[in-house]
Design a protein around this ligand. Sequence first.
Ligand code: SF4
Ligand code: SF4
Length: 283
Amino acid sequence: MIISVASGKGGTGKTTISTNLAMSLASDGQQVQYLDCDAEEPNGHIFLKPNIKITENVTVGVPEIDMNKCTGCGKCGRLCQYSAIICLKTKPLVFEQLCHSCGGCMAICPQGAITEKQRKIGIAQFGKSNGIYFGHGKLDIGNIQTPALIRYVKKRIKQDAINIIDAPPGTSCPVIEAIKGSDFVLLVTEPTPFGLNDLALAVEMVRQLKIPFAVAINRSDIGDDAVVKYCQQENIEVLMQIPNDRKIAENYSRGIMIAETMPDYKYKFLKLYEDIKKMEKND
Ligand code: SF4
Ligand code: SF4
């Protein structure tokens, strides 16, 4: 099973919920894998403290131009939708960071002057943490190819385990890459006008992708009831509410998980999983 934990905006508690869910399931004897696909800012490792066994460079193909063969026809520059090749008066210039590795320029060059070389965009690390299989991607600074790194990390999905994907925040391409193929998406939000606005965008996204989903509200007592009302109107299940508890905040600031120090939360996270399973089956 693949459960993605996502949110329309950052800082809502997505990693708190995904790491605690993983830990609670593992301590209940389940085979669990946690994959942190928030590749621009992965921080699940702060809570799970994995023993990293494997570190791999992640690369993508970018064009390399043989200037001896290039006639400066400009076809590659006109084709590239991402302005990763600019054809000046004579010869083309490549901006590797902007390249999306579509391969179009290599295919179109009439002189066969463009070949592919590998460019490092980040690393992927894998290990184990208290019985949980752990993986995350870390994008190098200045790179934009987050989806490619997410695809690399997701290759580790285990068919015989509960896979929990910690998705990037927002509703753009990296999020879609992370949640694509999931059996269920849990959308984490907070009861504020910003939380509601971004939740509505995230709901639209998962509905378009036709993935069953529900909502978890973090710091549920800090704002108003607009998120709950919205969920009622939209017929969306709210599967979990976590209050704004000082002990939780203190634990968070020390990188300690709720389920470690507040055992009743372990049962709340196990109940969350049971509810997700039921909803996924009934969909
Ligand atoms: S398409 Fe080939 S020949 Fe034309 S400018 Fe680009 S690299 Fe040079
Ligand atoms: S591979 Fe695609 S994105 Fe990259 S430079 Fe060539 S045409 Fe542009």
